[in-house]
Unconditional design. Structure first.
Lengths: 69, 369
């Protein structure tokens, strides 16, 4: 069992779907019906947001280029 | 970083929506199915259809566990609850699903001992607390939930709890997707793959959709930016004439899934030869039963369940809605005989059901106009 905090409320959930030590203090996790299903990857989350932001910058650049004509 | 607000950022949403519009163009119509009921709910809740161009249509899929459970199985569960000295436990959304003799909530009002639990482990604890009773857990759900049931059964064996059993109605998502792809009245261009099921299964089980059916798949998360990016990934593939499986929800979904959960599933469960799905009929190898090693904790070996097949009310068109052939409001009963206060079909019960989501988020607006 591991302790998780959900919106300020602390609860015990089962981490049996992972090897001991795979889930540690400070990790963000996805929980479902009292079990930890997955660990959230901060690197992947940041990566995704960065790529989406770049999509916006690319769009803005295209608009500017179109403006040249 | 909380991984929620960032994925609801209005400026980024506008950016991705603009890109979707650009990629979709106007030359053709795109029909994309979101397989998972959680996606259906999020699409309605965040009003995502309003930011999509008119030629990008979202079709709601079968990934709502309560919705696909046939009435006969609800009746079987209620027959277990009617046995002497039995406590039947289930998740909250099961409590209002109508069986032939009423909903679990109504049977509870008539004296049956039916209790809501948040986790199968709570049902096991209840069994330990009441050794004089038998506690049965009415298990429903896709691969997201089945590993939790599996671990609970393993725990029951480890602790030697004899008065606990599982009535397994766990189903697997891939055979349902295949049934939809093989359905003659179904024309789909691509799929938003389930997010939470895939934390367990990984993305590889969807490769047949791309390889054999030539349709793109993007496994996606549940926030507005997740879903919009998933739609964008599918549209980009369609415009490029490609078909592959992409993982939009990389921060949660490992490509190969959760090995511990897959091991627990393989230890406790085996595939049933066939199982009935509401709206889709019998699908072979689409559901899980406890292996013979765990017969002691299998409600279907401990109790005589009637196993009758019950046809849905003829006027209700749950099956067509479930397959995405009809939109919720096109069903004859929608918003009239069938509403969230008194649901006729299960799609109106669960918050993940297309009809409940449509009623809550789109029907009220339509009436006001």
């Amino acid at each position: 069992m591991v302790q998780v905090e959900v919106g300020g409320v602390r609860r015990h959930v089962n981490a049996g779907l992972f090897e001991p030590g795979e889930i540690g203090v400070g990790d963000w996790v996805l929980i479902h019906v009292g079990f930890v299903l997955s660990k959230v990857s901060e690197t992947e989350a940041r990566d995704q947001l960065r790529l989406l932001a770049e999509l916006g910058e690319a769009g803005a650049a295209m608009d500017e280029v179109r403006g040249y004509a | 970083m909380k991984y929620v607000d960032e994925f609801r950022d209005p400026a980024l949403i506008a950016t991705v929506a603009a890109e979707i519009k650009r990629v979709a163009g106007s030359a053709r119509h795109f029909r994309i199915m979101e397989v998972c009921g959680g996606h259906t709910h999020a699409i309605y809740r965040f009003g995502l259809r309003d930011v999509l161009p008119g030629n990008v249509e979202l079709v709601h899929g079968p990934g709502c566990p309560v919705c696909v459970l046939p009435t006969g199985r609800v009746d079987d569960g209620l027959a277990i609850a009617a046995q002497p000295d039995v406590i039947l436990t289930c998740f909250g959304d099961m409590m209002r699903v109508p069986g032939t003799v009423g909903t679990p909530l109504e049977l509870k009002a008539r004296g049956a001992d039916i209790r809501m639990v948040y986790s199968p482990l709570d049902a096991l604890k209840l069994a330990q607390k009441h050794p004089e009773k038998h506690v049965c857990f009415f298990a429903i759900g896709f691969e997201t939930t089945a590993p939790s049931t599996a671990l609970t059964v393993l725990r029951a064996r480890e602790l030697g709890v004899p008065n606990f059993s599982v009535f397994s109605n766990h189903v697997t998502i891939v055979p349902a997707i295949r049934a939809i792809l093989d359905s003659p009245d179904m024309r789909l261009d691509g799929f938003i793959g389930p997010g939470h099921v895939s934390t367990i299964t990984g993305c590889r089980p969807y490769e047949f959709i791309a390889r054999h059916y030539g349709k793109p798949v993007a496994v996606s998360g549940f926030e507005p930016l997740d879903l919009l990016e998933g739609i964008l990934l599918v549209l980009r593939q369609l415009r490029a004439g490609e078909a592959k499986v992409e993982n939009q929800y990389r921060r949660i979904v490992p490509w190969n899934g959760n090995p511990g959960a897959l091991r627990a599933l393989a230890t406790v469960f085996e595939l049933r030869p066939y199982f009935e799905w509401r709206g889709l009929g019998y699908i072979s190898q689409s559901a899980l039963k406890l292996k013979a090693d765990f017969a002691e904790w299998d409600a279907e070996t401990r109790f005589a369940v009637p196993g009758v097949r019950v046809t849905d009310p003829r006027a209700a068109q749950c099956g067509e809605v479930l397959k995405g052939v009809l939109k919720p409001h096109q069903c004859k009963l929608f918003g009239k005989e069938c509403n969230p206060e008194r649901p006729v079909g299960a799609l109106m019960v669960s918050s993940e059901g297309a009809c409940a989501a449509h009623f809550r988020y789109a029907h009220a607006e339509a009436l006001q106009v």
